[in-house]
Design a protein around this ligand. Structure first.
Ligand SMILES: [Zn+2]
Length: 296
């Protein structure tokens, strides 16, 4: 009986012979009938016939697995182009009817869409009452890639998020990606600190600084229906997000840049609430004990 074991460190096969030893450097088909029943280990320099066959089979297996992987990549590319998952594309591509026309909308950056004034289609808002929704609401979100930001799915999502938060059925002042089932770092916030108090959309947003004392203030959440409570928040923060100026004529890559902005007042509170959503945190996790109550 002969076994072969490839020695990675030494780079050749070891032939382990249990009954008959091999002459060193000989073919495995030419054993010497000496000292039978004595296990010896013989180094077979180079590749034996069996080793070549073994490697040939292994090569065919690797080739087959590689072909399957390439096929999978091409299929994924067909269904999930630009980095969006199939589930995300399904959510964005199948909005539900809203209850009223959209007003007072805008989005960040000149390249982002004005399509938010289109028909009142909205996205379903996930709530903590639903166990499956709750799992999504507790997930941490990932960034949007430049390809995703340049995709029509992003344009549609930005418009749908604004449409959803402004729909009379929700009537909120901010909404985050997870609340519509999209686990990406994207929020829509009403800018009470700007003329006209427009809604704007911020991709890849993070709070990078807070200043001053924390102040208590009432908060509610579209994903925690019928409740409100007081939370301590800063009124002076810095946010960082990806801005996509209008350098993108058809087919031209977006000129993305990181942008830092100082936000103050109640708008800063909204940003903190929405950014918490992107880390799977809800305001009820931070509510001042005893302040949570039913909304009138
Ligand atoms: Zn919320």
């Amino acid at each position: 009986m002969v076994f072969y074991k490839y020695n990675k460190m030494k780079g050749y096969f070891l032939a382990i012979h249990h009954t008959m030893p091999f002459k060193k450097n000989s073919s495995v088909h030419n054993p010497l009938p000496t000292t039978p029943r004595k296990m010896q280990v013989v180094v077979v320099q180079g590749l034996t016939k069996n080793a070549r066959a073994f490697l040939h089979r292994r090569f065919r297996l690797i080739t087959f697995i590689s072909a399957l992987y390439i096929l999978r990549l091409s299929l994924v590319g067909c269904t999930c182009g630009s980095g969006w998952t199939a589930a995300e594309r399904d959510i964005i591509g199948n909005p539900i009817p809203g209850t009223a026309a959209i007003s007072n909308t805008a989005v960040t950056g000149e390249a982002t869409p004005s399509a938010t004034t289109a028909a009142p289609r909205i996205l379903r808002v996930l709530t903590v009452d639903n166990p499956e929704d709750s799992l999504v609401l507790r997930m941490s979100c990932s960034d949007l890639t430049p390809e995703m930001l340049a995709s029509p799915e992003y344009t549609a999502l930005a418009g749908l998020m604004v449409a959803t938060v402004t729909d009379p059925s929700e009537d909120g002042v901010g909404i985050a990606g997870p609340q519509v089932g999209i686990s990406r770092r994207i929020v829509a916030v009403q800018r009470f600190d700007k003329p006209g108090e427009p809604f704007e959309v911020y991709p890849n947003i993070r709070i990078i600084a807070t200043r001053g004392d924390l102040c208590p203030g009432p908060e509610g959440c579209l994903s925690v229906p019928g409740r409100r409570g007081n939370v301590l928040r800063s009124r002076d923060i810095d946010i960082r997000y990806t801005l996509a100026p209008a350098a993108s004529a058809a087919g031209t890559p977006l000129a993305l840049r990181d942008t830092v902005e100082r936000i103050q007042g109640f708008t800063a509170v909204i940003f903190q609430h929405e950014c918490d959503h992107l880390d799977g945190v809800l305001y009820i996790d931070k509510v001042i004990p005893g302040s949570l109550q039913n909304r009138n």
